[in-house]
Design a protein around this ligand. Structure first.
Ligand code: FES
Length: 369
């Protein structure tokens, strides 16, 4: 391991490792950046093993293996094994496509701790349409059966939007039938590619209110069997979310080429310099310019600086401020006290009263290399 001074900021607890941007699906709500990493630029399993050791030494406890579709990497089991050898808890975030029974057994043998399986819908019609992949739903269901057979703890991830929020009760029932111990119901976050489909995916206020009631009721129904996490859409909230629990506070994301980001979407913020874990020790990056840019609350503008919620939401999401008003330092524009909140309300009204435009699918096969 490289010899570096101890970090001065409290250590991160979790790390998201984006092993590849390759993916068999082409979901319109993909939150990965517009510019994807080509296969040729992906880090090797050896690179990842060294980074995992550095992460563990830095204090990281949980590792989320994501993508793209991590199963697109033939060396996934080797990567999992090295993470477990580094002492990290490993969670695989997957569409399930490409995870054959044999590969799941290899992952079990490598020490994989947990699986998060995404579902795009509760029927083949809606799921395959959303994923842009014919037959994807059926393959996913087969994978879920194998996950249960092996005994991996399972979380279902469901991204919800205008086209499937009305299916929320059925989505919860599907997760319970699949033996999930937890379901994460997240309304689509308009970052990366998803921004291109905002008008097509924007749910109505009535759908969001109905979803909140459904979740409250379902938490009673499934109590003791399945935990339900619900992430309502930012745009309908009065207060911003504490994105990433505060910039540079608890987690770091590593892109397939080794670039280290404070959050998934940070590359849209101009002027930030992202260091690469291939060249620079993680501990140094954690204290480096990108992670320090919005860390803590000293940098916050008004009205956040004097707000009683300053230490609760840290001014909200920097990338959302950038995406909506072109200023990453501004108060998150969804905040009721933001001078831009009226524009957000007008945008929601326009998008939810018009007929949804067709989806713009991303063609990930082109970056498969
Ligand atoms: Fe980057 Fe919220 S996604 S700060």
């Amino acid at each position: 391991m490289r010899d570096v001074p101890a970090p001065t900021a409290p250590p991160p607890l979790a790390m998201l490792a984006e092993l590849t941007h390759r993916c068999p699906l082409s979901c319109p709500y993909c939150s990965n950046p517009l510019e994807l990493t080509a296969r040729q630029a992906e880090m090797s399993a050896e690179d990842w093993a060294r980074i995992f050791r550095e992460a563990a030494a830095l204090g990281v406890l949980q590792l989320h293996l994501s993508g793209g579709e991590p199963a697109s990497r033939p060396d996934l089991a080797e990567i999992v094994r090295s993470a477990r050898e580094a002492g990290l808890y490993t969670n695989l975030i997957t569409s399930g496509i490409g995870l054959t029974p044999r590969r799941l057994e290899e992952l079990d043998a490598a020490g994989l701790d947990h699986v998060q399986l995404s579902v795009q819908g509760v029927t083949p019609e809606i799921a395959d349409r959303m994923g842009g992949y014919q037959g994807g739903f059926a393959r996913k269901m087969q994978t879920a059966v194998e996950i249960a057979r092996i005994g991996f703890p399972l979380t279902i991830n469901a991204v919800m939007h205008r086209h499937n929020l009305d299916d929320l009760p059925a989505t919860l029932a599907l997760a319970a039938d699949l033996g999930a111990r937890r379901i994460e119901v997240a309304c689509v976050q308009f970052q990366g590619w998803a921004l291109k489909n905002r008008a097509a995916l924007q749910p109505s206020r009535a759908q969001v209110e109905a979803a909140k009631r459904t979740v409250a009721e379902a938490r009673r129904i499934y109590a003791g069997r399945m935990a339900i996490d619900f992430v309502p859409p930012d745009y309908f909230a009065d207060f911003p979310k504490a994105c990433m629990n505060g910039w540079g506070s608890t987690g770091l994301n590593i892109a397939p080429d080794g670039k280290v980001l404070p959050c998934h979407a940070a590359e849209i913020i101009p002027g930030l310099v992202f260091q690469n874990a291939r060249e620079t020790p993680l501990a140094e990056i954690w204290n480096g310019p990108a992670f320090s840019a919005f860390r803590g609350t000293d940098w916050l503008p008004e009205p956040c600086q004097s707000c009683e919620r300053r230490d609760i939401d840290y001014g909200g999401c920097r990338c959302q401020a950038m995406a909506l008003i072109g200023d990453a330092k501004a108060t998150d524009p969804i905040y009721r006290r933001s001078p831009f909140r009226g524009e957000v309300d007008r945008m929601i009204a326009a998008e939810t009263t018009a007929a949804p435009p067709p989806f713009v699918y991303r063609k990930l096969a082109r970056i498969a290399g």
